[in-house]
Design a protein around this ligand. Structure first.
Ligand code: FAD
Length: 522
């Protein structure tokens, strides 16, 4: 992979002093504080959304100061880096991912876009209240007919009597039923992208005025400390858009919604959501490791058996790749500018794709390590169940693959491929040329995108290893084994991608399906 924006190793591979301190403080607090542990214990027992416990958890975060994290001091906040946001999400979600999700939705999906795109008045009105933990936020984008295809959304905003008003339905909104403040994406003009704007809505006021109806909270198998809400806006008054709205000579309007929603979602993928994915694997790893260390069969501890040692090492190696992929995306976000996500969206997608997949197979592998206890122990099972969502929301894994394949293709077509998976990408482009008129790509590109992500993760792990050596650190056999395992994981993915590409090319019946075209040249 070509490294267009190489980060200095001492920046990428070392937490700053403040970040390291922040991580240690949260780690100690969350593992030792009986109040937090009690919340986690009760969350584990919940079988549906538990409103009282949800608010209790929010108040706990308020007391820790986490509701203020990432908000500048000028708005009574606690300034922080994107990597700090990863640390906060990870240390929380490794105990319970739903608590971290609800907290993260307010900070990364609501406070951040207000900070980046709001007027001074909008910032002064809302940010101090979010920082103080008085206001919970929600981000309202998804609709019944607009999920991955965000730009097809239909909720409409019209300007009447000096105020923007919204009509439309939103579904799957994290925090929706409990939030005081919403950012609502709505259409203001016919242009697919420029015709979108993001509006600030005082939800308390809207409810009192009868302009907002909470339709339902979804019944979910997990994430019980995070409500997922369907809501309807009826001529709902707003506190104005984030960014400017322009009227064109033909009378239609354009806004900055596409830019705002990309900066918001891509930023969240690079930080809170990537961290959540990694954290569920980490949480399951911690619990399963200690169980398997005590359990013996055939007079051997489970962790002494070669197959189980390899299983543990695979997850450890994957966790290391996930950590570095998300750190890289977070640092690029802070270095290149948070407002425009285009220069770092590739790295954000690599981090989201890998950590989202890890959220599913990491806990699954750890569950397997523990046998029947893995399936029946609430702790491990919960990580598996809760983690499954990460590869779906904030852009599914398929959507991340599309972004990765397209971005990388653009860059490798203008130079020589630098890695094996880049060569595969070129081969795919010759055999299955992408059709710009289609919203998607032939299926052979998807395993290649996975291979690109793992190769990048492998590169980062190797480079960190060399950096630590250069710094004179004593490296253990375990460190060497992790590097070797990341390389094996990358090779496996490359082999799978290569086989998919070549077998598909040679097999007309498969080509028909994966290309979705009838005119197949055998
Ligand atoms: C618990 C939870 C919390 C959520 N929180 C929020 C929130 O706070 N705010 C909010 O706005 N939304 C939220 N969402 C919505 C979430 O972001 C969407 O569910 C997600 O983006 C996918 O959209 P969809 O469900 O409509 O799936 P669809 O878009 O219908 O996708 C269905 C399948 O088709 C695939 N697919 C789609 N397009 C392509 C393509 N071009 N090429 C190949 N495959 C494709 C997808 O990968 C998927 O496998 C939440 C969802 C859940 C379940």
């Amino acid at each position: 992979m070509q490294h267009r924006r190489e980060l200095a190793p001492e920046l990428l591979f070392r937490l700053t002093e403040e970040e390291a301190l922040f991580q240690q403080e949260l780690r100690d607090r969350f593992s030792e504080d009986p109040v937090f542990q009690d919340i986690i214990e009760r969350a584990r027992e919940a079988t549906a959304f538990n409103r009282d416990l949800y608010h209790e958890a929010f108040q706990y975060f308020r007391r820790c100061g986490l509701t203020a994290y990432g908000i500048p001091e000028a708005y009574d906040g606690w300034p922080g880096t994107s990597r700090g946001a990863i640390i906060a999400a990870e240390e929380t979600c490794r105990h319970d991912p739903s608590i971290g999700l609800s907290q993260g939705a307010t900070t990364s999906l609501v406070a951040t876009p207000i900070l980046l795109f709001g007027t001074e008045e909008q910032k002064r009105t809302w940010l101090p209240k979010i920082a103080a933990g008085e206001v919970i936020g929600c981000y309202c984008q998804t609709e019944p007919d607009a999920g991955s295809d965000v730009a097809s959304l239909k909720a409409e905003a019209i300007f009447r009597d000096g105020r923007w008003r919204i009509n439309g339905e939103k579904i799957f909104i994290t925090n929706g039923s409990e939030a005081h403040l919403g950012l609502v994406v709505a259409r203001i003009g016919p242009d697919r992208y420029r015709g979108l704007a993001v509006f600030i809505v005082d939800l308390e006021h809207a409810k009192l005025a009868g302009e907002l109806t909470i339709l339902r909270n979804e019944k979910k198998p997990g994430l019980h400390l995070s409500p997922t809400t369907a809501m309807r806006f009826d001529d709902c008054g707003t506190d104005g858009p984030l960014g400017a709205i322009r009227e064109l000579p033909d009378g239609t309007r354009t806004g900055e919604g596409w830019k705002v929603l990309n900066a918001t979602l891509v930023g969240s993928r690079a930080t809170v959501i990537a961290a959540q994915g990694r954290a569920v694997a980490l949480g399951a790893f911690d619990v399963a490791r200690s169980y398997a260390d005590m359990r013996t069969q055939f007079s051997l501890r489970i962790t002494e058996m070669p197959q189980q040692r390899a299983r543990i090492l695979r997850v450890e190696a994957a966790l290391e790749m996930g950590r570095l992929l998300s750190w890289q995306a977070a640092l690029l976000r802070d270095t290149l500018g948070r407002e425009d996500s285009r220069p770092w969206q590739l790295e954000a997608s690599l981090a989201k794709l890998w950590n989202g997949e890890l959220a599913e197979w990491g806990p699954s592998e750890m569950l397997q390590l523990c046998g029947g206890v893995g399936y029946t122990d609430a702790k491990i099972f919960k990580f598996w169940q809760d983690g499954r969502i990460v590869k779906i929301y904030e852009g599914t894994s398929d959507v991340q693959c599309l972004i990765i394949a397209r971005e990388m293709l653009l860059s490798v077509l203008s130079r020589d491929p630098a890695t094996v998976s880049e060569e595969l990408l070129i081969e795919a482009a010759h055999t299955f040329p992408p059709d710009p008129a289609r919203a998607t790509l032939p299926s052979v590109y998807f395993p290649i995108a996975h291979a690109l992500a793992v190769e990048e993760g492998n590169r980062l792990v190797r480079e960190e290893h060399m950096f630590r050596k250069r710094c004179g650190e004593t490296l253990t056999e375990r460190d060497d084994a992790i590097v070797a395992m990341t390389s094996l994981l990358a090779r496996e993915r490359i082999l799978a991608a290569r086989e998919t590409l070549r077998h598909t090319r040679r097999t007309p019946a498969l080509r028909t399906v994966v290309e979705g075209a009838d005119d197949i040249v055998p």
